[in-house]
Ligand binder design. Structure first.
Ligand code: FAD
Length: 362
């Protein structure tokens, strides 16, 4: 006999209850799917808030930039001094209540399979669901990227990734090397430098500080580039990382006092620090990798969505290799505004799919 939990049938499963998952669930519910029965939202995190709940508490709401509200409910009067994890956690919780989205958590999806009878089978640590369509909205937080640098395993100090960072306190009196050219690296450096014995900033490419306001055309071009990549089946690049580093007073001070003096990427890690080919070395107690994230899509592997180029080929939010599968918050929609729009588009297409209309052919 089959000792596995019985399979619960539903119309649509949404995996992930961050901005992307909630936005899509909202639009699906508006189109008539009933949360809890016809629409099942599964989230592996313990509380509402998507990845925000896991981010370090010194990342205040005032520091995160350009967060777009979830569809239908504004986030008003939030205190910019409070941690973004708290502000967005409360906001997402209120949103889920208001629209009665019935998110099941913590439920971790291990894998999604084709049941060979036209349905998708979603296997989790808390049961199995069988659905006619799937929305994957698992973000990137759970897939931190660690570059492969020679000597990494020989380092005697501590190595951590932005995903493990809990704040500057744990860096007190340490010699810290921060790797990465994005906003997270800059924020880490600015708050670690006053407490640490020393900080060293290392990036592959020279960082670009944005001295003018963010140019929406530039943003659109960045999204279009990522869109072309995923249509071609290549791994997406981050759309939020191409906007340049925002300039503010703290950054200006950091550039003046040397905290934001950047060194080119080192060539190897030694047991005691990092080393460049020209013989230069920097001793370190901690290497903090602020080197970004990749889409958290391993559980989709059994569906065979990947192209030889390494990415999942997409047409809008729809996976080209399986039109029942939509990826929201992936590639060009991996920003809060992109996730909102993609959620609406995915809901519209899934509605058509459930009504028996075939997706437009390529
Ligand atoms: P997430 O918020 O990551 O939600 C995904 C959810 O899926 C999580 O709850 C996770 O637990 C769950 N999940 C993952 N895998 C599984 C699984 N196998 N089974 C079940 N559940 C699973 N964007 C902006 O627009 N403005 C900003 O200011 C901004 N600041 C940022 C700052 C930092 C430090 C970082 C890292 C990113 C920032 N971003 C910002 C990007 C922003 O986080 C994303 O655009 C957006 O919030 C991601 O939403 P999401 O719903 O796709 O993913």
């Amino acid at each position: 006999t089959d000792s596995r939990p019985k399979v619960v049938d539903t119309e649509v499963v949404v995996i992930g209850a961050g901005q992307a998952g909630l936005s899509t669930a909202h639009h699906l519910a508006r189109r008539g799917l009933t949360p809890g029965t016809g629409l099942v939202v599964l989230d592996g995190s313990p509380a509402p808030g998507g990845a925000w709940q896991h981010r370090w508490s010194t990342l205040t709401y005032g520091q995160v930039h350009g967060i777009h509200a979830l569809p239908g409910m504004r986030l008003t009067d939030a205190d910019p001094e409070r941690p973004s994890s708290a502000v967005l956690g409360e906001y997402f919780a209120a949103y889920e209540r208001r629209y009665d989205l019935r998110v099941r958590r913590p439920v971790r999806v291990h894998r999604v399979l084709d049941d060979q009878e036209g349905r998708l089978l979603v296997e989790t640590d808390h049961g199995r669901w069988r659905a006619r369509a799937l929305v994957n909205a698992t973000g990137t937080w759970e897939s931190p990227f660690w570059p492969n640098v020679p000597g990494r395993t020989a380092f005697l100090g501590r190595q951590l990734h932005t995903a493990d960072y809990r704040g500057p306190q744990e860096m007190r009196d340490a010699r810290v090397v921060v790797v990465g050219g994005g906003t997270s690296a800059v924020q880490h450096l600015l708050e670690i430098a006053p407490l640490a014995r020393s900080t060293t900033w290392v990036t592959r490419r020279p960082p670009v500080f944005r001295t003018t306001d963010f140019d929406p055309d530039e943003g659109r071009r960045a999204v279009a580039l990522v869109d072309r990549r995923v249509r071609a089946g290549l791994p997406p690049r981050s759309v939020v990382s191409v906007t340049g580093l925002p300039m503010n007073d703290a950054v200006r001070r950091g550039r003046q006092d040397g905290t934001l003096d950047r060194h080119p990427m080192f060539d190897r890690i030694t047991p005691w620090g990092v080393a460049w080919q020209d013989g230069r070395t920097v001793r370190a107690d901690v290497v903090l990798w602020a080197t970004g994230f990749r889409p958290a899509v391993r559980h989709l592997a059994p569906l065979g969505l990947r192209e030889p180029g390494g990415g999942i080929s997409m047409d809008g939010t729809r996976a080209v290799r399986d039109p029942r599968v939509h990826l929201v918050g992936y590639g060009p929609s991996a920003s809060t505004i992109g996730a909102n729009r993609a959620g609406r588009a995915a809901a519209r297409e899934i509605d058509a799919l459930l009504a028996g209309e075939l997706p437009p052919s390529e």
